[in-house]
Design a protein around this ligand. Structure first.
Ligand SMILES: C[S@@+](CC[C@H](N)C(=O)[O-])C[C@H]1O[C@@H](n2cnc3c(N)ncnc32)[C@H](O)[C@@H]1O
Length: 207
């Protein structure tokens, strides 16, 4: 889907994603010390908003202007004085990532459910890793390919689904080490079985 298609999807619904963060994002990032975070393909910003609420300096980036506007609106209503700085920007994951306002890099780069075919996904991952500081984290959460046959819901196009092994393979030439790579079950209300997600955490190395 291109940005216009995503714009139409966001414009046609009150809220496309949940209000709170993805459970795996909260689980993995929760114990981390807040710093500067970039959420790539952040949509309406559910994860980036939660990061700001945890004290992170959060940048929510998406190529859909409608999604970015919505994230800005939610932030204005929801984020109180105790939250970290938050900004939502229009940015294509296939281009170099937006730099932090203060320059330098990010302590955390997040990809949550960015659905791209393998070649594009590798480009996005390369830009995401480049945006992370040495020692910083790059967290990928995505629909697994195995979800097609063993899970439920999600995109039905295998080309945009990535098992944990494929996420790790996509980073083979990048300056990262694998901290963890898991296939995780995500409960889906009303479904007879859980959805299957890939949850992969990388640590950025000195390049
Ligand atoms: C399934 S939504 C996930 C949104 C958010 N990360 C979340 O977990 O709620 C996928 C998002 O990817 C965005 N997206 C797709 N291709 C992109 C690209 N090349 N650059 C930036 N955003 C992109 C879409 O606009 C959409 O907001």
């Amino acid at each position: 889907m291109d940005s216009a298609a995503w714009d139409a999807r966001y414009a046609g619904a009150d809220l496309v994603s949940s209000v709170g963060p993805n459970a795996f994002v909260a689980e993995v990032v929760g114990p981390m010390t807040p710093g500067r975070a970039l959420d790539i393909a952040a949509g309406e910003g559910r994860n980036a908003l939660w990061l700001a609420e945890q004290g992170w300096d959060a940048t929510s980036a998406d190529f859909s202007p409608v999604a970015v506007e919505r994230a800005q609106g939610i932030a204005a209503e929801r984020l109180g004085a105790g939250a970290g700085p938050f900004r939502a920007v229009v940015a294509d994951a296939l281009s170099p990532a937006p730099a932090p306002t203060a320059g330098g890099g990010y302590d955390l780069v997040l990809f949550a459910y960015l659905q791209l075919p393998d070649a594009d996904w590798r480009v996005a991952l390369r830009h995401g890793v480049a945006a992370a500081l040495p020692g910083g984290s790059v967290l990928v959460v995505c629909h697994a390919e195995r979800n097609l046959t063993e899970g439920v819901g999600g995109p039905q196009d295998a080309a945009v689904l990535h098992d944990p092994e494929a996420v790790v393979a996509a980073a083979a030439d990048l300056a990262v080490e694998v901290v963890s790579a898991e296939l995780r079950e995500r409960p889906v209300e009303g479904a007879g079985r859980p959805a299957l997600d890939s949850v992969v955490l990388f640590r950025r190395l000195e390049s």
